[in-house]
Write a protein of this length. Sequence first.
Length: 259
Amino acid sequence: MLQAVIFDVDGTLAETERDGHRVAFNRAFASLDLPYHWDTDTYIQLLKISGGVERLTFYLSRNAPTLAEAERARLAAELHRRKNDFFRELIAAGRIRPRPGVLPLFDSLHEEGIQLGIATTGSREWVTLLLNSLLGTNRVLHLRAVITAGDVRKKKPAPDAYVHALEQLKVTAEHAIAIEDSQNGLLAAKAAGLPCLLVRSAFCDEPDVHHADLAVDEFGTPEKPAQILWNPHDIAVDGRISVETLRSLHSACSAAGTR
Ligand code: XBP
Ligand code: MG
């Protein structure tokens, strides 16, 4: 029986990479008068690297090769701190909105008594503010687990965030589903033994949707029904991802022994 659903944050709850992080990284570069700018194509490739600090360190190693390692680490940390300041400003300005259809699903899951959790590679420095902005304080109170980058040793695609979320929810992987938007997230959920719904995000480069147990382009609304990208269990998706969709997906995965 489905007992818990664990949501990813970036790209899943909201298009934060498109509307937030990339904009904030570029503002951080400008604030230090650095000659760097991450356009969409560059950022989509850099998103293959989990973690903002790791992304910056990689980029600086390629674009500022003469920097000593210690100086590169200091600059990456300073840029990441500034990025998070700018990202929090964007959140406070209401520039980050929930993906269409995600809040009705969140509410239905809670009404059905299914536990709700968060597993993100993002930093708690902004996750708490973003969750309150996207979900509202009442829905945040329904969250029984919020795992962020600082709570785990290894970031996605390692399974750590999902393993930790299951522990906090006191649920085993057999009784839960993960909802993700990207290749790294999908691999992390599968490595933790979870069936995974992929709601592909705007900045997600061609993920191998075939790792997902069900993949759609959006959560779906009456105005913009969900389009199926991959459906190996032949789950009925009537234009949107509902509690019934997730229960059917969970049952099919349990029956097929796929997790
Ligand atoms: C996505 C990430 C994060 C964000 C940036 O996390 O990889 O690194 O891109 O956040 P998820 P930070 O999809 O797992 O929510 O700068 O705080 O790392
Ligand atoms: Mg994500």
